[in-house]
Write a protein that binds this ligand. Structure first.
Ligand code: GRF
Length: 203
Protein backbone atom coordinates (compact mmCIF):
# COMPACT_ATOMS: atom_id res chain seq x y z
CA UNK A 1 0.00 0.00 0.00
CA UNK A 2 2.04 2.97 -1.27
CA UNK A 3 2.00 6.17 0.76
CA UNK A 4 3.90 9.46 0.52
CA UNK A 5 4.74 11.39 3.70
CA UNK A 6 5.12 15.19 3.81
CA UNK A 7 7.15 16.80 6.60
CA UNK A 8 8.73 20.10 7.64
CA UNK A 9 10.58 19.15 10.80
CA UNK A 10 11.71 16.49 13.22
CA UNK A 11 9.65 13.70 11.71
CA UNK A 12 8.97 11.71 14.87
CA UNK A 13 5.56 10.75 13.44
CA UNK A 14 7.30 9.64 10.25
CA UNK A 15 9.59 7.54 12.45
CA UNK A 16 6.59 5.89 14.11
CA UNK A 17 5.27 4.94 10.66
CA UNK A 18 8.70 3.64 9.57
CA UNK A 19 9.11 1.60 12.77
CA UNK A 20 5.67 0.05 12.63
CA UNK A 21 6.02 -0.92 9.00
CA UNK A 22 9.46 -2.46 9.66
CA UNK A 23 7.95 -4.41 12.55
CA UNK A 24 5.18 -5.66 10.29
CA UNK A 25 2.40 -3.98 12.26
CA UNK A 26 1.60 -1.61 9.43
CA UNK A 27 1.32 -2.90 5.92
CA UNK A 28 2.39 0.21 4.01
CA UNK A 29 5.28 1.09 1.79
CA UNK A 30 6.57 4.65 2.26
CA UNK A 31 7.40 5.46 -1.37
CA UNK A 32 8.85 8.92 -0.66
CA UNK A 33 9.28 11.59 1.98
CA UNK A 34 8.98 15.21 0.85
CA UNK A 35 10.01 18.23 2.92
CA UNK A 36 9.68 21.95 2.24
CA UNK A 37 12.71 22.49 4.49
CA UNK A 38 16.17 21.23 3.56
CA UNK A 39 17.25 20.93 7.20
CA UNK A 40 14.25 18.90 8.40
CA UNK A 41 15.61 16.09 10.57
CA UNK A 42 12.90 13.80 9.19
CA UNK A 43 14.86 13.69 5.90
CA UNK A 44 17.69 11.97 7.79
CA UNK A 45 15.25 9.48 9.25
CA UNK A 46 13.99 8.70 5.74
CA UNK A 47 17.52 8.27 4.38
CA UNK A 48 18.35 5.92 7.27
CA UNK A 49 15.39 3.82 6.20
CA UNK A 50 16.43 3.97 2.52
CA UNK A 51 13.31 5.92 1.55
CA UNK A 52 13.64 8.34 -1.42
CA UNK A 53 13.51 11.99 -0.34
CA UNK A 54 12.73 15.29 -2.02
CA UNK A 55 13.18 18.83 -0.77
CA UNK A 56 10.93 21.45 -2.29
CA UNK A 57 11.68 24.89 -0.87
CA UNK A 58 8.49 26.94 -0.92
CA UNK A 59 10.54 30.16 -0.86
CA UNK A 60 11.72 29.46 -4.40
CA UNK A 61 8.16 29.69 -5.73
CA UNK A 62 6.40 32.92 -6.50
CA UNK A 63 3.00 31.73 -5.35
CA UNK A 64 1.33 29.11 -3.18
CA UNK A 65 -0.35 27.79 -6.33
CA UNK A 66 2.99 27.27 -8.12
CA UNK A 67 4.47 25.49 -5.10
CA UNK A 68 1.46 23.21 -4.66
CA UNK A 69 1.39 22.37 -8.38
CA UNK A 70 5.02 21.24 -8.27
CA UNK A 71 4.46 19.35 -5.02
CA UNK A 72 1.49 17.57 -6.57
CA UNK A 73 3.61 16.58 -9.57
CA UNK A 74 6.27 15.01 -7.34
CA UNK A 75 3.73 13.20 -5.16
CA UNK A 76 1.82 11.81 -8.13
CA UNK A 77 4.98 10.32 -9.67
CA UNK A 78 4.69 7.75 -6.87
CA UNK A 79 0.95 7.08 -7.37
CA UNK A 80 0.34 6.88 -3.63
CA UNK A 81 -2.95 5.57 -2.31
CA UNK A 82 -2.60 7.91 0.66
CA UNK A 83 -0.76 11.18 1.35
CA UNK A 84 0.24 11.58 5.00
CA UNK A 85 0.96 15.05 6.37
CA UNK A 86 3.24 14.58 9.37
CA UNK A 87 4.18 18.01 10.67
CA UNK A 88 3.98 19.60 7.22
CA UNK A 89 3.73 23.29 8.11
CA UNK A 90 2.19 24.72 4.96
CA UNK A 91 -1.30 26.00 4.25
CA UNK A 92 -2.63 24.14 1.23
CA UNK A 93 -4.41 25.59 -1.78
CA UNK A 94 -7.97 24.54 -2.39
CA UNK A 95 -7.07 22.83 -5.64
CA UNK A 96 -4.33 20.75 -3.95
CA UNK A 97 -6.66 19.77 -1.11
CA UNK A 98 -9.39 18.84 -3.57
CA UNK A 99 -7.01 16.72 -5.68
CA UNK A 100 -6.29 14.49 -2.66
CA UNK A 101 -9.75 14.64 -1.13
CA UNK A 102 -10.48 11.47 0.83
CA UNK A 103 -6.89 10.26 0.47
CA UNK A 104 -4.87 12.73 2.51
CA UNK A 105 -4.56 12.70 6.31
CA UNK A 106 -3.15 15.20 8.80
CA UNK A 107 -2.34 15.02 12.50
CA UNK A 108 -3.15 18.07 14.59
CA UNK A 109 -2.08 18.48 18.22
CA UNK A 110 -5.44 19.39 19.79
CA UNK A 111 -8.83 17.88 20.42
CA UNK A 112 -10.42 19.34 17.29
CA UNK A 113 -12.56 21.37 16.76
CA UNK A 114 -10.79 23.08 19.65
CA UNK A 115 -7.54 24.96 18.98
CA UNK A 116 -7.06 24.92 15.24
CA UNK A 117 -3.80 26.50 14.08
CA UNK A 118 -0.56 27.00 16.02
CA UNK A 119 0.60 27.00 19.68
CA UNK A 120 -2.10 24.56 20.69
CA UNK A 121 -0.50 23.36 23.94
CA UNK A 122 -0.02 26.88 25.31
CA UNK A 123 -3.52 27.87 24.26
CA UNK A 124 -5.07 24.80 25.93
CA UNK A 125 -3.29 25.66 29.21
CA UNK A 126 -4.30 29.32 29.02
CA UNK A 127 -7.91 28.36 28.39
CA UNK A 128 -7.86 26.28 31.61
CA UNK A 129 -8.79 23.14 29.74
CA UNK A 130 -8.87 19.98 31.86
CA UNK A 131 -7.77 17.80 28.99
CA UNK A 132 -5.93 18.17 25.73
CA UNK A 133 -4.85 15.82 23.01
CA UNK A 134 -4.42 15.09 19.34
CA UNK A 135 -6.60 14.40 16.30
CA UNK A 136 -6.05 12.63 12.99
CA UNK A 137 -8.34 13.95 10.28
CA UNK A 138 -8.95 13.91 6.56
CA UNK A 139 -7.60 17.09 4.99
CA UNK A 140 -10.05 19.59 3.57
CA UNK A 141 -9.28 22.97 2.06
CA UNK A 142 -10.18 24.72 5.31
CA UNK A 143 -7.33 24.55 7.87
CA UNK A 144 -7.68 21.75 10.47
CA UNK A 145 -11.38 21.37 9.65
CA UNK A 146 -11.67 18.01 7.83
CA UNK A 147 -13.50 14.95 9.18
CA UNK A 148 -11.86 13.57 12.31
CA UNK A 149 -10.88 9.90 12.32
CA UNK A 150 -9.39 9.32 15.76
CA UNK A 151 -8.46 11.37 18.82
CA UNK A 152 -6.45 10.63 21.95
CA UNK A 153 -6.53 12.74 25.09
CA UNK A 154 -4.50 13.38 28.21
CA UNK A 155 -5.20 15.29 31.41
CA UNK A 156 -3.66 18.71 31.85
CA UNK A 157 -2.09 18.84 35.31
CA UNK A 158 -1.58 22.08 37.21
CA UNK A 159 2.20 22.01 36.74
CA UNK A 160 2.10 21.28 33.00
CA UNK A 161 3.96 23.66 30.70
CA UNK A 162 3.48 23.88 26.95
CA UNK A 163 6.60 21.72 26.67
CA UNK A 164 5.58 18.99 29.10
CA UNK A 165 2.10 18.87 27.62
CA UNK A 166 3.56 18.76 24.12
CA UNK A 167 5.67 15.76 25.09
CA UNK A 168 2.64 13.89 26.41
CA UNK A 169 0.71 14.69 23.23
CA UNK A 170 3.60 13.55 21.02
CA UNK A 171 3.58 10.14 22.72
CA UNK A 172 -0.11 9.84 21.85
CA UNK A 173 0.54 10.94 18.26
CA UNK A 174 2.93 8.06 17.70
CA UNK A 175 0.20 5.63 18.73
CA UNK A 176 -2.80 7.00 16.87
CA UNK A 177 -1.26 8.10 13.56
CA UNK A 178 0.01 4.63 12.58
CA UNK A 179 -3.36 3.24 13.67
CA UNK A 180 -5.31 5.64 11.44
CA UNK A 181 -3.00 4.88 8.50
CA UNK A 182 -3.45 1.15 9.14
CA UNK A 183 -7.25 1.45 9.14
CA UNK A 184 -7.16 3.48 5.94
CA UNK A 185 -4.87 0.96 4.24
CA UNK A 186 -7.27 -1.84 5.23
CA UNK A 187 -10.18 0.12 3.77
CA UNK A 188 -11.81 0.35 7.19
CA UNK A 189 -12.17 4.13 7.03
CA UNK A 190 -13.57 5.77 3.95
CA UNK A 191 -14.60 9.25 3.04
CA UNK A 192 -17.93 10.30 1.50
CA UNK A 193 -19.53 13.74 1.25
CA UNK A 194 -17.08 15.35 3.66
CA UNK A 195 -17.61 12.67 6.31
CA UNK A 196 -15.54 9.72 7.53
CA UNK A 197 -17.25 6.31 7.66
CA UNK A 198 -15.97 3.48 9.80
CA UNK A 199 -16.01 -0.25 9.40
CA UNK A 200 -17.53 -2.03 12.40
CA UNK A 201 -14.18 -3.57 13.32
CA UNK A 202 -12.79 -0.10 14.00
CA UNK A 203 -15.58 0.89 16.38
C1 GRF B 1 3.20 17.24 15.65
O1 GRF B 1 2.99 17.88 16.86
C2 GRF B 1 1.94 17.23 14.82
O2 GRF B 1 0.79 17.11 15.60
C3 GRF B 1 1.99 18.56 14.15
O3 GRF B 1 3.36 18.75 13.85
C4 GRF B 1 4.15 18.03 14.77
C5 GRF B 1 5.06 17.12 13.99
O4 GRF B 1 5.99 16.48 14.82
N1 GRF B 1 1.12 18.59 13.01
P1 GRF B 1 7.07 15.49 14.17
O5 GRF B 1 7.81 16.27 13.10
O6 GRF B 1 6.33 14.31 13.61
O7 GRF B 1 7.97 15.10 15.29
Amino acid sequence: FPIVVLISGSGSNLQALIDQSLQGQLNVNISAVISNKADAYGLERAKQAAIPTHTLDHKLFESREAFDAELQKIIDQYSPKLVVLAGFMRILTESFARHYEGRMLNIHPSLLPKFKGLDTHQRAIEANEKEHGVSVHFVSAELDAGAVIIQASTEISSNDTAESLGNKVHTLEHIIYPLAVKWFSEDRITFHDGKASFDQTVL
